[in-house]
Structures are given as C-alpha cells and as structure tokens.
Design a binder for this molecule. Structure first.
Ligand code: F6R
Length: 241
C-alpha cells in the first residue's frame, strides 16, 4: 500500500487528478471506477481543467460508478447520476453512452443489482477505482456489518451516513434510506485503487482502515489485501495515524 500524505484538500485533489490522468494517458480506453461525495469534487475539477487545457482525452474512456440512491430519478439534483453530470461528464469529451451507474429507479432491487454486477464484470472491472471513505470506514455504501458483501447489493443506510449526507438535502427526511452499491468484491476486482481522504472527521476511518485489523466492521480495511492501493490523505485525515 502506497500512502501519500499531503498538506490539504487542494494538494490531495491535484495528486489524485495526476494519477487518474496518468492512467488515461497510459491506457486511453481505461475503465474508470468513480465515486461521488464532497471528497472527489476537487479531483474532478482538476480533470476538467486538464481536459480544457487540451491535456486529457476522455473519448475512449468508460466509467462505472460505485453507487446510486434507490428511488431517486436521474433528474433529481441529489442523484449520483446528476452529480456526475454536473461535476465531470458534461464538461469533458466522455461519450454519452460510456458512463454507467446503478439505476436508482429500478424498483426490483435483486434484478438491478444483478444487472449492474454483470455489466461491470462484462467490462472487465475497473482499471482504476477512485474511492472516498466514510467516517465509519464505509466504501461505496458498504456500511459496517458482520460480513463483507461481495457483489452489488441494496443497502439500508446507517444513521451515521444519513447524518453525513443530509447536508445535501432539504431535510433529513428527504435522504433516501436505501442505495444500490458495488460490493467490496466488485471494488477489490479493480486493477488499481486510489482512495482519497481529507479532514479530521476522516482520521478515525483512515487509521482503522489502513492500520488496524481487517474486519467488516471497518469496510475499507479489506483494501489492505489489495495488491495495488494508493491512499492520498491530507494532514488532518492522517492526524490519528
Ligand atoms: C459515494 C461513496 C461514499 C463516499 C463517502 C465519503 O459514491 O462511495 O462511500 O465516498 O461517503 O463521502 P464524502 O466524500 O462526501 O465525505
């Protein structure tokens, strides 16, 4: 595991964007696994800047996102589909049919999870998977549990995640209670993993994920078993290390 400590959010974003652009340059038809949330916003901004400066070409790239809220239509400004359009897709030359997320509007959870897992498998899984990390060590929406769930599945969000995500919604009641997410097995099949963390509220998760026992109680700890992981964490996120 390669752990890179940086000064702050800005430096984390620059470094992460450099790694992602390096991946695209090395393999123009890369499958990128992408995440939503506050942490990757700066990284996506840097990638857009690189594209606008003529230094990056997404024309052969395909993307698979980790997760999507169950029940939210694509047009909802809280859907992860919408987030990806706003923060990355609509600003770069990624072909319209080259980005994939779970379909939050499919009410048949078993069918949707199976469909998405097969889709990602048929693409050969991500060449590079970008991850944020929850305060409780969740990755995607894989929340602390008694067992690791391998494949794409439907989850009930924990109160800690609802609390963390309610800032994006009008009220706590509007936060969807369920989501479709890649499983830890789907994530672990990515060839490379890049995990980014910023801020003191991630310090517990960073320490316990990468410097503690591997346990489904801290889902990101499974990444210790992956052969190619880079962690970029800022000073505050490393403060309990
Ligand atoms: C979202 C996702 C989540 C976030 C995590 C951290 O696609 O996979 O696991 O990475 O909740 O969120 P932020 O970055 O908002 O702190």
């Amino acid at each position: 595991m390669n752990i890179i400590e940086v000064k702050n959010y800005e430096e984390m974003s620059v470094k992460a964007a450099e790694i992602i652009s390096g991946q695209i340059k090395e393999k123009p038809d890369s499958i990128l696994g992408l995440a939503t949330g506050s942490t990757p916003v700066g990284t996506y901004k840097k990638l857009v800047e690189m594209y606008q400066a003529g230094n990056l070409d997404f024309s052969k790239v395909r993307t698979v996102n980790l997760d999507e809220y169950r029940g939210l239509p694509k047009e909802s400004d809280q859907s992860y589909y919408y987030f990806m359009q706003e923060n990355l897709f609509k600003h770069v030359n990624l072909p319209k049919d080259a980005s994939f997320l779970p379909d939050g509007t499919n009410p048949d959870a078993a069918e949707e999870c199976k469909r998405y897992e097969h889709l990602v498998a048929d693409m050969g899984y991500a060449d590079l998977q970008l991850l944020g990390i929850g305060r409780n060590g969740h990755i995607g929406f894989n929340e602390p549990a008694d067992v690791f769930k391998a494949e794409t599945h439907c989850v009930r969000l924990t109160q800690s995640t609802i609390d963390a995500n309610k800032r994006f919604f009008a009220s706590e009641d509007d936060v969807p209670r369920e989501a479709y997410t890649m499983g830890v097995g789907t994530i672990m099949k990515a060839k490379k993993i890049l995990i980014i963390a910023s801020g003191g509220d991630k310090a517990w998760a960073v320490k316990n994920s990468f410097y503690g026992p591997i346990t489904p109680r801290v889902p990101a700890s499974i990444l210790q078993l992956h052969p190619n992981v880079t962690v970029i964490a800022d000073k505050d996120a490393m403060s309990e290390w």
